[in-house]
Design a protein around this ligand. Sequence first.
Ligand SMILES: Cc1cc2nc3c(=O)[nH]c(=O)nc-3n(C[C@H](O)[C@H](O)[C@H](O)COP(=O)(O)OP(=O)(O)OC[C@H]3O[C@@H](n4cnc5c(N)ncnc54)[C@H](O)[C@@H]3O)c2cc1C
Length: 499
Amino acid sequence: MKPVAIIGAGITGLTAAFYLKRKGIPVTVYEASGRVGGVIQSLRQDGWLAEFGPNTILETSPKITQLVRDAGLETRRLNPDPKAEARYVVRYKRPIAMPGSPFDFLTTKLFTAKAKLAVLREPFVPRRRDGVEESIAGFVKRRLNQEFLDHAIDALVAGIYAGDPHRLSLTHAFPKLKALEDNYGSLIKGQIFGAGARKRSGEVAKDRAPKFSFDEGLQVLPDTLAVQLGDAVKLNTTVTKLTQTTDGWVLTLSEGRVPQAPLATGEIGDSQSSSLRNETQAEHSAVIYCGTAFRLAELKVELLRGTGFQPVSFSSVEVRDRQDACPTLSTFSEIRYPPVASVVLGFRREDVAHSCEGFGMLIPRIEGFKILGTIFSSSLFSNRAPTGHLTLTSYIGGERYPELALLPAEKLVALVCEDLRVLLGVTGKPAFQHCVLYPKAIPQYNVGYGRYRELMSEIENKAAGLFFAGHYRDGVSLGDTIVSGVNIVERAEKFLTAK
Ligand SMILES: Cc1cc2nc3c(=O)[nH]c(=O)nc-3n(C[C@H](O)[C@H](O)[C@H](O)COP(=O)(O)OP(=O)(O)OC[C@H]3O[C@@H](n4cnc5c(N)ncnc54)[C@H](O)[C@@H]3O)c2cc1C
């Protein structure tokens, strides 16, 4: 059997390749850059361990636990310090602990009495029945109130999507909240009465799911999967074109080093400006695309005549002599991926007034700071900073301030230090500093995102043996992408068996 092609060696592609290989199905993983892991990037340097992309995996599904076990990584798994449970949200220009119980909620200074009353009223707010797709901001204002949006949800949305709550879709970005309203008529009733259903499915709600990393950071997971895949992983190889044949797929590959220095201060994470490229072709039985939506938009796809693809609804259409027309997929370039800069700073313990015990702090726009949020990395995991020091990982940019993410590294560090001075009482100069820019960080599942998902399904239905998986389709969290990688294997296997 010809190998299955996996495009992209981020966590989705590596998970899919790992499980296909375990089933005895040959695979080849093509990765445009010179490293595996995609946006996952851990750096060990001089006693510091910095994470620039994701910091933790939320164990929301048994499939995530199973992957860690199957990869042989149980002994390297690192659970957070139990003291790091506290999460802070900034209000009145200082971090306030988020309430952990109903009693805490009644006494917290994070919300006014009016907001607390809005929660008590929530179970009696009628569900929306007109079928109109709503933003998360609209939903929160309807079921709770403006204060919840401005002082809690805005910060939460910055923490997950670096996004704009007025644009993010309730249906696509927060499907579980929508399901609570649809199934139980209320968020609070759904939390109480939905517990049994969640338990039966084995799924764990994101706010309750255990989180973890590995002894040397999250990079351990992609690195381990890549070692087990061996020669099947082809780095510095960009897939530029997919051509369907009667027998499978021919991939056009552009080999050569993509200039990429994601671990250098202030350098660009995903730049693909061309260098000397050597073009080749390879035959495959099926293709699983696990790259990014903006690179998908650049792929050329040619389908066999007779697939009946009707590209009338797409503006940009490729017509080939011997093949049916197929959209160039340029539609996917509309998906917004705002830039985010990760700024990892290390300080001497005595230079930080705040205890920094906890997961970190989220900052709503209304508070007027530049950073979106900060993770208290060395409180979360024990080995992130040398003795007597702590590590703080802050994020700048997103939909809130995209232009700030593009500032040079020294300006980013200065902005972050100023915000940390006010919020955490940080006084000294950083003992460690490292910035990484993600020019296109996280896809925004904005209102209307359904049409991109529908287009993917439509192409899959017409182009037998072509599959889409990953953060742009099945959810942006690491857990979502791992589950996406596991699930796509079942579909690909079914296709190969039928073939
Ligand atoms: C700054 C930041 C912080 C985050 N924090 C968290 C967090 O704390 N917790 C959490 O759960 N999630 C977090 N996320 C989200 C999560 O990390 C990602 O959604 C997930 O890692 C995406 O994995 P992926 O494999 O789908 O895509 P990617 O990691 O983007 O990998 C895609 C790969 O495909 C390659 N590629 C694309 N096109 C081609 C092509 N044509 N040919 C060959 N290769 C190609 C790319 O080079 C890339 O390596 C964060 C994301 C970012 C950016």
